[in-house]
Each structure stands twice: as structure tokens, then as C-alpha cells.
Design a protein around this ligand. Structure first.
Ligand SMILES: Nc1ncnc2c1ncn2[C@@H]1O[C@H](COP(=O)(O)OP(=O)(O)OP(=O)(O)O)[C@@H](O)[C@H]1O
Length: 174
């Protein structure tokens, strides 16, 4: 099996409260490149680098759209957001009035979507109403596989992302 991956970094704009507290921007995209400069002398390279002015569409076109084509060729694809709290993961997936993941919805088919967050050791169902908190547990079976109920956790996360991406591809092709 051949696995390829691309890493993109996105720098979000300062929030109003950060501006109010006179926080300073300490990282910037090197113009015309996919590198970011931390401070004045620490350079990091990525496959894609998006500055604070980047739009949801730009991120979508560069990072998600190409996966849909490979998905239709039969490959698996995963979009994974990683970052400290408040760094913009949710915004990138859902942000604005319609986010990267949802903005292409023009027609709805029968779809099954799982949307999970793994924070430290805690699993949260992000589609659950905020008023209904049902803790999910990661369990280990007698073979040492971790999972939620009988489903391999890794497989489950992979499947839910694939389902979302499949949904997007359906929506884009209609
Ligand atoms: N690219 C962006 N442009 C404008 N605002 C943004 C951007 N990215 C994030 N924000 C804003 O920053 C705040 C924090 O973002 P967000 O909630 O997406 O972070 P998060 O990484 O999902 O945090 P957590 O891990 O705590 O859920 C929000 O108010 C969001 O609207």
C-alpha cells in the first residue's frame, strides 16, 4: 500500500481580544513560498502555507479538492486538523456561515456522517446536541486493539473522514 501525505499550516488572524491585549504576530508566511518564519530566523517548510488573509476556498482548493479526485479513483483519503486549542481547526472545517467541509453542499443524498473529536484520552461526538453529553469510551479488546465498541478506533476515525470526503465528492460532482 502506498501512503502519501501533505502537511499544510494555516496562520489565523489575531482575534479582537488578542489585538486588545496587544498580542503580537510571531509567525508569517514567506511570500511566494510554502514556508513559515517563526520569529526572525526559524524557517519551517510545508507542502502548503496559508497566511491570516487566506480564505476557506483557498484552503479547500489546495488541500481538500485534490483528495476528492483520488477518492474517486478508489484511494482512501483523510483530512486531519491538528493544533492547540483556539488555533482554528473548527473554523477551517466549519468556519464562516458555511465552512470548508459544508460549503459545497448543493444537494443532499442519503449520507451517514460521524464527526468525532479526540482530545487527550476523551472522545466526543461533535454531532451530539450540547445538552446531551454521552461519554464515549475507547476500549481495548483481548488482542490489544483499541476501539469504540467493536470497531477499531483508527478504522472508525478513518471511515468517518472518508464518509465526509465521499459526501463532498458526491456534492461536487452533481
Ligand atoms: N482563519 C481564520 N479567520 C478568522 N477567524 C478565525 C480563523 N481561524 C480561527 N478563527 C477564530 O479563532 C477562534 C478559535 O478558532 P477555533 O474555534 O476554530 O479553534 P479550534 O482549534 O477549533 O479550538 P479548540 O481546539 O479549542 O476547539 C474562533 O473565534 C474562530 O472564529
Amino acid at each position: 500500500m502506498r501512503i502519501t501525505s501533505e502537511v499544510a499550516v494555516r496562520i489565523r488572524p489575531l482575534l479582537a481580544k488578542e489585538v486588545l491585549h496587544r498580542h503580537q504576530v510571531c509567525v508569517r508566511v514567506v511570500p511566494g513560498s510554502s514556508q513559515v518564519m517563526l520569529g526572525s530566523d526559524r524557517l519551517f517548510s510545508f507542502e502548503h502555507a496559508f497566511g491570516p488573509e487566506s480564505s476557506q476556498d483557498q484552503v479547500y482548493e489546495a488541500c481538500v479538492r485534490p483528495l476528492l479526485d483520488t477518492l474517486l479513483e478508489g484511494y482512501n483519503a483523510t483530512v486531519f486538523c491538528y493544533g492547540q486549542t483556539g488555533s482554528g481547526k473548527t473554523y477551517t472545517l466549519e468556519g464562516g456561515s458555511l465552512g470548508t467541509i459544508y460549503r459545497k453542499i448543493t444537494k443532499v443524498f442519503i449520507v451517514h456522517i460521524s464527526y468525532l473529536e479526540l482530545y487527550k484520552e476523551e472522545l466526543r461526538d461533535l454531532l451530539e446536541l450540547p445538552t446531551v453529553h454521552k461519554p464515549l469510551h475507547i476500549r481495548e479488546d483481548n488482542k490489544g486493539n483499541t476501539g469504540k465498541h467493536n470497531v477499531s478506533f483508527q478504522l472508525m476515525v478513518q471511515q468517518c473522514v472518508i464518509r465526509v470526503v465521499t459526501l463532498l465528492s458526491l456534492m461536487i460532482k452533481v
